[in-house]
Design a protein around this ligand. Structure first.
Ligand SMILES: [Zn+2]
Length: 411
């Protein structure tokens, strides 16, 4: 009950919004019923179920610290919302070139759709523009730096230690400076660690977090709704909202990756606990979009699921009214919130189901390829049980296709 939190203002919904909310909640309940066919016993936590928000308890210092930490981070993407600075950022983008590239790519998507007999291309001009921005940003604009090369002779350097920033470096948002020494000429090289996207835009180099910081800002400069995504396990990336597909799309500017939310666990074996998306519209726990397997989910111990939900709403209530002052925008954003929540819950339910089936198939194979005790008489690989080839393969035997469980929204 979001509205029952004493002392912490709930989002002011007018009656019209509330009636739409009731409709969406009905849809929500229908999704829950669909989920019931899954074995709820295997759910490792509450990630696929609706959670009731609850404020951190008075004595729970750990949860309160997490709340303060997340609220502090939620201000970072607000730094992008400065029209003068966004204009300055826009000056750096080769708009004509990117627009031309986007135009050409849209035509390719349209041709592809036509050849498949579809009426809508997969991506529209807006997303193709971000894709062009992504290519330009990674290949031509921003440089990944681990050890900065020597500025005297361009030779490699070795790290000496971290040092304090000079007043000038501090004025440009450096919180500390990494000091390196050239292996050839012995000169010292300073690598100030700037936090402000504006300064990073000028130096045009950095690490994964810097990529995410600047790229998210450049998306905002193009007036594209963008989120700055923080992962507790030391990584950052971007999400942009696709009006065409009516969903948030993963963009990793450091890896030049587009819409590959499972790359971290699949390609890197990365395990994650909390993945939070921040924007001027608030904060959302998007962990379920990125953890594609229950084995890749680390324990979430910093607070209860209810408290995390509360903190997400608290941050949203804190920032959103400023950027969505009118009822119509609030309504649209609220509908998106509910749609995304349904999407994330059904995605996680499908992830768990997929994992359960995979484990059952492995267990069946370990029993020597003989029939599992499954009364339906087929093993999980979909082949008929030994000795009874007439028995039909059960309807639910194939591993469910995750996207098919996503609710479809919009036209
Ligand atoms: Zn040197």
């Amino acid at each position: 009950m979001a509205g029952n939190n004493p002392g912490r203002g709930s989002y002011p919904l007018d009656d019209h919004v509330k009636s739409v909310a009731r409709d969406l909640q009905l849809r929500f309940a229908q999704m829950s019923n669909r989920d019931q066919k899954f074995d709820l016993q295997v759910i490792p936590d509450l990630l696929s179920q609706p959670v009731v928000p609850e404020p951190p308890a008075q004595e729970d210092k750990e949860a309160q610290n997490f709340e303060k930490y997340l609220i502090a981070m939620s201000h970072i993407p607000l730094n992008y919302e400065n029209p003068g600075l966004l204009d300055e950022a826009l000056q750096q983008i080769p708009l004509d070139r990117l627009s031309q590239e986007a135009e050409e790519e849209v035509e390719l998507f349209q041709a592809k759709a036509a050849s498949l007999g579809k009426t809508r291309p997969e991506w529209s001009h807006q997303e193709c523009m971000v894709r062009a921005l992504l290519r330009w940003f990674r290949r031509s604009f921003f440089t990944f730096v681990n050890n900065p090369p020597c500025s005297e002779c361009l030779s490699p350097t070795n790290k000496i230690r971290n040092v304090a920033p000079t007043p000038e470096e501090r004025a440009h948002s450096a919180t500390w400076v990494e000091l390196y020494q050239c292996v050839a000429c012995g000169a010292f090289e300073r690598f100030p660690r700037y936090t402000e996207a504006w300064q990073l835009l000028r130096v045009k180099r950095g690490r994964a977090g810097d990529f995410a910081n600047v790229f998210t800002m450049l998306c905002r400069a193009l007036d594209i709704r963008a989120r700055w995504v923080w992962c507790q396990e030391d990584y950052l990336w971007t999400e942009i909202y696709s009006e065409h597909q009516q969903r948030w799309v993963h963009v990793d500017s450091c890896e030049e990756a587009w819409d590959m939310p499972h790359m971290y666990y699949k390609n890197w074996g990365k395990k994650m606990s909390y993945v939070i998306a921040f924007s001027r519209e608030g904060a959302v726990d998007v962990t379920r979009r990125y953890v594609g397997s229950p084995d890749a989910l680390l324990p979430r111990k910093r607070c209860s699921e209810g408290v995390l939900k509360f903190i997400m709403e608290e941050i949203t209530n804190l920032h959103r009214p400023k950027y969505a002052p009118d009822g119509e925008t609030r309504l649209r954003l609220y509908r998106e919130d509910v749609a995304e929540d349904v999407q994330l819950r059904s995605l996680w339910a499908a992830t768990l189901e997929q994992s359960r089936r995979l484990k059952a198939a492995v267990a069946a194979a370990a029993r020597g390829g003989r029939s599992s005790p499954d009364k339906n008489g087929a093993n999980m690989m979909g082949s008929p049980a030994t000795g009874d080839i007439k028995r039909p393969i059960p309807e639910d035997a194939p591993v469910p296709d995750v996207p098919s469980l996503w609710p479809t929204y919009g036209p």
